[in-house]
Design a protein around this ligand. Sequence first.
Ligand SMILES: Cc1ncc(COP(=O)(O)O)c(C=O)c1O
Length: 496
Amino acid sequence: MNIDLKRDAAMPLYLQIKEQLQGRIEQGVLLPGTRLPATRTLAGDLDVSRVTVVNAYAELEAEGWVRAYVGRGTFVSDPRRRDEALRGTPYDWESTLLGPSGVSASGMLSDMLDLAQHPDLISFAMGAPATDLLPVRDFREAINQVLRRDGGEALQYDEAAGYGPLRAAIARLLVGDGIQASVRDVVVTSGSQQGLDLATRVLTAPGDLVISESPTYVGALDVFRSNGVEVLGVPVDEGGLRVDVLEELVPSRDPRFIYTIPGFHNPTGVTLSLERRRRLLQLARRYDTPILEDGVCSELRYEGASILSLRALDRGEHVVYVNSFSKFLLPGIRVGYMVVPQDLRERLIRGKQAADLFTCSLMQRALARYLDTGRLGAHLVTIRQAYRERRDAMLAGLARRMPTGTEWTRPQGGLCLWVRLPESISAGQLYLTAIEHGAAFALGSVFFPKNPDPSSLRLNFAAHSPTRIDEGLRRLGSAVRDQLRRSVDVREKQYS
Ligand SMILES: Cc1ncc(COP(=O)(O)O)c(C=O)c1O
């Protein structure tokens, strides 16, 4: 084959070969189906290395001009195939998705994040603490001190179980909550979200059943669904999880575990009474059912006597405890932890390793340094006072702005409360009207494992100042009235 190579040109030899062969294919000199010379033969004819010809053919094939068949040679392609290769037909990902598809069924978490960013909107939608109260200066100092002290070590790979001094600091903090845990019992996770996921992976197989409160934290539902686990919901009332209902269900349904948020439950804000905590633990012992306890909001109490966690009351190692520094310190550092029974420890650490190797070493060290300074105590005093004022502003605003027939919870702590609208209004319809009025909330229905209550919604009372809360509720109140008028109009039209 006659190919003219310019050995002193800037264009590499393999590209010169590719261009000239491509030109001949385009001009129809080399027709579809024509076999190109074997690489060894062409290399010999052109006095170049075989690799040069192999590279030229590979380029032609990548662009769809030729196709190589092992043992048979390289052939000029059919122009239709070439067009396809040039266009780069998108890969059909949908047809390859085999895993459970329940992740963020509602896309609610990302919608809520988007909404919260919109400057004109007052959003009560997120489950987040207040940005204006995050201890930014103290944490910056801690980061700088760690970088000065540890240098590259602070930015190296780290242990999957977590940075030792941080685990020790967590074990010391837990003593204050009545939890006796050794450093070995503590495993650092990337937020408590990862703790929920690791526990679910270790304790369940696809198709298994777990029991949770109904409603419950939507991110936990995402974890269960994405692990192919079925969720049975048990109602909550002012005293928290209805343990009496649970007592009926556990013996017959034999769940792999019971997931509960006993302190300032998300989304309702209610707290599980001490008496129910004891009964729940008895139930766990009687039927050998593990409990996955989520303590993320329990630090944020504004009134009333504190109640020991299930993990603190547990005497039989039935509880796997997850918690984090997200709600009372800094959600963005993504540091959480588990307190785990020793028999599960290795499995959980291996799961952690498989998921993300370890939690950011700089953040773990900076957090350990921050805890060492002893400033957490003062920070907790500040935020508890501010959140209490904000909660009170929201309770007062709801009483002032909402029409009769609206009900809400009165949490003693946490970040959120739960509202039930008058029967005739659906929260789903109100959602868009509220956005038109400049306020947003989290739709209650996404928090239910099944059979959602259409009239419910969740409001975050912690994220805004009292003045902004009042303005947000004024907007929400006028949206509710607007929606009430619309539903009356619809009914009148129906019956006229
Ligand atoms: C009840 C509950 N558990 C767990 C999480 C996950 O939080 P993080 O991963 O930041 O600890 C949240 C976050 O909103 C939550 O409300």
